[in-house]
Design a protein around this ligand. Structure first.
Ligand code: G1P
Length: 295
C-alpha cells in the first residue's frame, strides 16, 4: 500500500513580474478570477483531491495571502450584525483550511522553493500545485487524477499536456515511453524550457506534480540551470534515473494565469460558468460580438 498523499506545497514567493504593475503591491495569487483569488481555485483543487495540509511558500509582500486564509474578526462581526449570512460563510470557510507558511528568503528558482518544504514533508511523498496553472475539470480535479496514478505505481507523477511547438520553450518538457494506458509515460528525459529544435517532445509539465521525498537530496546538489535558477525539472531528471518517474496526460482545461491573455480567458470562461452571472454575461458578450467589438 502506497503512502497516501495528504500534503501539498504551493510555491507563491515569485514577484509576478508578468502582471506588473498590479503585482507591485498585490500578490499575483490574490488577483481574482471573477470574485475569488486565483489561489483559492488551486487550494480547492487540492482539498477536493484529498489533500489535508497545504504549505504555501511565501515571500516578500505576500502577507495578503496569509490574511486571506485567516479569520477576520471585525469583518465577521459586521457581516453577522447585518445578517449577511451567505457572505459570512464565504469569509469563514477560507479560515478553516489547514494552511501553513514558510518563507523563501532568496528567489533561487522553483527547485529551491520546493527544497524549503523538506522538513514539512517529513519523508512523505507530496503534491505540488503551481499557482499560474488553474485547471477546470468538474468531474475529477487534475490533482486527483495524478493521485490515482501515484496509487497505482507508487512513484512520482508529473501532470502534463501537449502544447504547440512554439510554446515548448515556456515549459518543462518530458520524453518517455507510453505504457498500456496511453495517458501515462515512463519518463526517460526532461528539459527545462528547450528551444523548439531541442525539445524531446511536446509534452509539457503544467504545474501539477506528485513527488517522492528522494527529490530533496537531489535538490540539495542541483546546480543552477536555465536562467541561473535551481530548476525542479533538472532534479526530476536525476530522480528519473534513480527510480521511475511517470508523466500523466491529465484531463481538464488549463489556464495560464502567468500570461495576460490566459488570465483574461480564465475570467471570461469562469464567469460564463457561474450560475449567478453566466446567462447575463453571455448576453453581454453576444451584444459586444454583434457590434463587432467596436467599443
Ligand atoms: C515552471 C516550471 C516548468 C513548468 C511550468 C508550468 O515554470 O519550471 O517546468 O512547465 O512552471 O507552468 P515557470 O512558468 O514558473 O517559469
Amino acid at each position: 500500500m502506497n503512502r497516501p498523499i495528504k500534503r501539498a506545497v504551493i510555491p507563491a514567493a515569485g514577484f509576478g513580474t508578468r502582471l506588473l504593475p498590479a503585482t507591485k503591491s498585490t500578490p499575483k495569487e490574490m488577483l481574482p478570477i471573477v470574485d475569488r483569488p486565483s489561489i483559492q481555485y488551486i487550494v480547492e483543487e487540492a482539498l477536493e483531491s484529498g489533500i489535508e495540509d497545504i504549505l504555501i511558500i511565501s515571500g516578500h509582500a505576500k502577507r495578503a495571502i496569509e490574511d486571506y486564509f485567516d479569520s477576520a474578526p471585525n469583518l465577521e462581526m459586521a457581516l453577522e450584525k447585518s445578517g449577511k449570512t451567505d457572505l459570512l460563510k464565504l469569509v469563514r470557510d477560507t479560515a478553516d483550511i489547514r494552511v501553513h507558511y514558510i518563507r523563501q528568503r532568496s528567489m533561487r528558482g522553483l527547485g529551491d522553493a520546493i527544497l524549503t518544504a523538506k522538513a514539512f514533508m517529513a519523508e512523505e511523498p507530496f503534491a505540488v500545485l503551481l499557482g499560474d496553472d488553474v485547471v477546470y475539470n468538474p468531474d475529477k480535479p487534475a490533482m486527483k487524477q495524478l493521485i490515482e496514478v501515484y496509487e497505482e505505481y507508487g512513484r512520482s507523477v508529473l501532470g502534463c499536456q501537449k502544447v504547440p511547438d512554439e510554446q515548448v520553450s515556456s515549459y518543462g518538457i518530458v520524453a518517455g515511453n507510453k505504457l498500456d494506458n496511453h495517458r501515462i509515460l515512463k519518463v526517460s528525459d526532461m528539459v527545462e524550457k528547450p528551444a523548439p529544435a531541442e525539445a524531446p517532445s511536446n509534452m509539457a509539465v503544467l504545474g501539477r506534480y506528485i513527488i517522492t521525498p528522494a527529490i530533496f537530496d537531489i535538490l540539495e546538489h542541483t546546480k543552477p540551470g536555465k536562467g541561473g535558477e535551481i530548476q525542479l525539472t533538472d532534479a526530476l531528471k536525476v530522480l528519473a534515473q534513480q527510480e521511475a518517474v511517470f508523466a500523466y496526460d491529465f484531463v481538464g482545461k488549463r489556464y495560464d494565469l502567468g500570461d495576460k491573455l490566459g488570465f483574461l480567458k480564465a475570467q471570461v470562461e469562469f464567469a460564463l460558468r457561474r450560475d449567478d452571472l453566466g446567462s447575463q454575461f453571455k448576453e453581454y458578450l453576444k451584444e459586444l460580438s454583434a457590434g463587432g467589438y467596436d467599443i
